[in-house]
Design a protein around this ligand. Structure first.
Ligand code: HMG
Ligand code: MG
Length: 303
């Protein structure tokens, strides 16, 4: 049964990481720093800045250390993706305080994204999280392919819950449920949240990470909101995708989410006009318009 809607929602901004990791063009590091600063100035409370992954796997984010150095003290509070101990060492060298590991609910995607089997991924994450926690870092865990996988098709709910809970139990403070290829629909969202609840993971431990490939992301976010979820991942302008998952397109656009939440009277602390202006600026830099309907509408509306 649906809960009353929450009065506030936390938006976890992933544009600089999930967005830019998938761009064909390499964005100059100065522009990335400017992007992050503008998102923070627009009131986004959490901005995931980059990834400490293998630079040949994701060349778009090979400048992670340079970016975090450029962001200085403010960057320490920003989460970064870290898959393994090598990535953790790189984050620790810079004094960063928040990392995010990213596991897969399916065998095929674990191999394609992490070069590890489904079970072997835990051997990589376990020492990474243990060392990070011992060093006082906060750890978020992502689980990908929670609604469907381009190679394996439908992914059973109990499989997603089992992998997600195992990742969370390594020592994470939050589990982000990824619809990597955007195939989820509202009923499926409710079933998955109920599956986690039944396994002892209440909605306050979960975040939802929707990609908008099939145009379902906003409806799915509303469906999750009804189930008590209060953290949503989104990317400014709807940038995004995963280079190792064909058919993954942009994330739920931050602006689309803020527009809906504003309409519901739910507080986010985000200045919508400032995010739109940032996305318009980034779209010009990338040379293509934002896929977000809200960005397009507000960018065109008379002042
Ligand atoms: P591997 O090749 O198996 O790595 O890659 P390895 O452990 O065998 O090491 C090989 C070499 O890489 C070694 O160097 C390591 O030091 C080096 P050598 O000794 O040969 O000179 N190395 C590294 N260098 C820098 N940073 C590192 C690092 N790790 C190893 N962190 C690995 C395994 C996990 C590293 C690789 O598969 C990888 O980098 N994968 C990342 C893929 C990725 O970033 N995907 C996108 C993010 S996930 C996503 O977008 C989904 C999400 O948004 C949620 C959703 O939508 O569902 C989060
Ligand atoms: Mg993603």
């Amino acid at each position: 049964m649906s809960e009353p809607l929450p009065s506030t929602v936390t938006i976890y901004e992933v544009g600089p990481r999930d967005g830019l990791q998938n761009e064909a063009a390499i964005v100059p590091v100065e522009a990335k720093a400017e992007f992050v600063r503008r998102l923070v100035a627009a009131g986004l409370p959490i901005v995931e800045a980059t990834s400490f992954v293998h630079p040949t796997w994701v060349p778009q984010l090979a400048d992670a250390a340079e970016l975090m150095t450029m962001l200085g003290g403010a960057g320490k509070a920003m989460p970064v993706l870290v898959p393994n101990e090598r990535g953790l060492d790189r984050a620790l060298e810079l004094g960063l305080e928040h990392i995010a590991i990213f596991g897969s609910a399916t065998e095929t995607f674990a191999r394609k994204n992490l070069n590890r089997g489904l079970d072997d991924q835990f051997a990589m994450f376990e020492p990474t999280v243990t060392r990070a926690r011992a060093a006082g870092l906060d750890v978020r865990a992502y689980v990908s392919m929670c609604f469907g996988d381009p190679w394996e098709g439908a992914v059973p709910i109990d499989q997603v819950v089992s992998v997600g809970k195992r990742l969370f139990d390594l020592g994470a403070s939050q589990l982000s449920i990824g619809d990597t290829i955007g195939v989820g629909t509202v009923g499926h969202v409710k079933e998955l949240i109920a599956g986690f609840d039944a396994a002892g993971m209440a909605p306050d431990h979960l975040a939802m990470h929707f990609h908008d490939t099939y145009g379902q992301a906003l409806a799915n976010a509303y469906s999750a909101l009804e189930e008590g979820i209060t953290t949503f991942d989104a990317s400014a302008g709807g940038l995004g995708g995963c280079p190792y998952a064909r058919s993954a397109t942009g994330n739920l656009a931050t602006e689309d989410l803020v527009w809906m939440l504003n309409g519901l009277g739910i507080e986010t602390g985000v200045d919508l006009d400032a995010v739109v202006a940032t996305s318009v600026w980034m779209a010009e830099l990338l040379g293509r318009p934002s896929p977000s309907a809200v960005v397009r509408a507000l960018a065109q509306s008379p002042a």
